[in-house]
Design a protein around this ligand. Sequence first.
Ligand SMILES: Cc1cc2nc3c(=O)[nH]c(=O)nc-3n(C[C@H](O)[C@H](O)[C@H](O)COP(=O)(O)OP(=O)(O)OC[C@H]3O[C@@H](n4cnc5c(N)ncnc54)[C@H](O)[C@@H]3O)c2cc1C
Ligand SMILES: NC(=O)c1ccc[n+]([C@@H]2O[C@H](COP(=O)([O-])OP(=O)(O)OC[C@H]3O[C@@H](n4cnc5c(N)ncnc54)[C@H](O)[C@@H]3O)[C@@H](O)[C@H]2O)c1
Length: 458
Amino acid sequence: MDHFDIAIIGAGSGNMIVNRRFADKAVAIIEENRFGGTCLNVGCIPTKMFAYTADVAASIDSASRFGIDAEVHGVDWQAIVKRVFSRIDGNVAAAEQFRQDNPNVTVFKEHASFTGSSTVELSSGARISADQFVIATGARATVPEGLPRPSDSPNDRRPIYTSDTIMRAETFPQRLVILGGGFIAAEFAHIFSSLGSAVTVISRGERLLRHHDAAVSGLFTDVARSRWDVRLSTTAESVESSADGVSVVLDDGSHVQGDALLLALGRRPNSDNLGLENAGVSVHLDGRVVVDDCQQTTASGIWALGDVCAPIQLKHLANHEAHVVAHNLLNPESPRAANHRFIPSGVFTYPQIASVGLTSEQAEDAGIDVAESTHEYKDTAFGWATEDAPGFCKVLADRSTGQLIGAHIVGAHATTAIQPLIQGMVFGTTPKRLARDQFWIHPALAEVVENALIGLRI
Ligand SMILES: Cc1cc2nc3c(=O)[nH]c(=O)nc-3n(C[C@H](O)[C@H](O)[C@H](O)COP(=O)(O)OP(=O)(O)OC[C@H]3O[C@@H](n4cnc5c(N)ncnc54)[C@H](O)[C@@H]3O)c2cc1C
Ligand SMILES: NC(=O)c1ccc[n+]([C@@H]2O[C@H](COP(=O)([O-])OP(=O)(O)OC[C@H]3O[C@@H](n4cnc5c(N)ncnc54)[C@H](O)[C@@H]3O)[C@@H](O)[C@H]2O)c1
């Protein structure tokens, strides 16, 4: 049996760990699929390349509001897919080749499963042992009982997709039905509708993106209803499908027809097919691996990071945890804690959404004496330039400490505009200092943030 100093299972964020500091360590990287994991292959990066493409199409569609005579005459789906994946596939191949060339790294393209606290078995039947392990196995799309499972077989022509497969669909669906009302539903509804699909979104919640601040999800749901057929407080009971399309049976007995179905119903951690019980690694009820502040699992010398254990499935969080685990692998006697305090998120839909810290509802539930201020895009010069596209910036502060505790932006470039607020919260800058002790470029979009801060009464 080959023995390694460190074995990393999963070459998504796990692949970021090994750098020059590990040159004197014998490292095994075990990956059953493609290097780069979810983010590079089927997640953040391709979706944002599609979302940008959708933004381009949507801006042409709205050009007449600016006195410009332009229209989208057609969309070359195959060309869009090719633009995105020729770039991605090249990077995936380069990432794997780079690792294969590392003299101290051995790459195993296989599934790994623990047989003990220091051994894993690979799908070939070979076993390897290591002094320390990293579990970086990510998460996968959830398909609830009763709904059809997308097939990997090329012979299966049913147009049923998850986010893993829809971006490489052979044909562009003129009618797309999406189940779910979260991040993936919001982003793909924007992508496909902007490129010409008639989109139906079916969600069991009363609002889309319902875990966001109610004002944010309220505005987003209103805009969504003006663009898509949105069925709220509705559950899909079953799906009939053939190679030609799908018919989704809803809980009120009605049917929704489509050329394709996207299942966007959450993602569960890949902790159930890893033999964790053999290694003494505990798992929460929702499938997340239990870790302490330093990302160590309940088994000494076994660390975990990213979607398999994280409270929120986001790449910037997985990256941060990978840095922490890298330090702790090399310095197990003086481990570092991960920082989970202010984790921002962005939804690349229309309008864009960005959020950090507490929502109004969470602040109220926590009994915080909260001050709030909201400034609308249309009340800034940038808003006039965009012809009053919908949007606002909302900030929340704790009156007892004078500190910002939450910020939410919905509107153009929200994911970029929120960064000074994240910075202010992380470094403890008071809202007053943040607003007054720096220049805000006029008449930039950032003035919506400045004005929201000025409006706080603490
Ligand atoms: C459609 C979509 C869009 C997203 N967009 C964003 C975004 O815009 N911004 C953002 O912050 N986040 C986004 N995310 C979330 C982000 O992609 C994930 O949080 C992040 O990629 C998780 O990284 P990870 O390393 O934990 O897991 P992964 O990247 O999934 O890596 C896990 C790897 O482990 C391998 N593996 C699993 N089990 C085994 C095993 N037993 N043996 C061997 N190998 C194994 C898998 O094949 C995989 O390659 C998106 C996710 C999706 C699905
Ligand atoms: N821009 C980004 O950062 C980004 C983009 C995409 C995905 N992600 C990450 O990936 C994760 C997964 O995305 P997602 O959209 O699949 O999950 P989600 O948790 O955001 O949304 C899941 C949706 O499915 C619904 N749902 C779940 N189970 C259901 C059931 N049995 N019946 C009916 N409805 C059900 C939920 O009510 C919710 O509307 C996100 O939580 C996020 O962390 C991030």
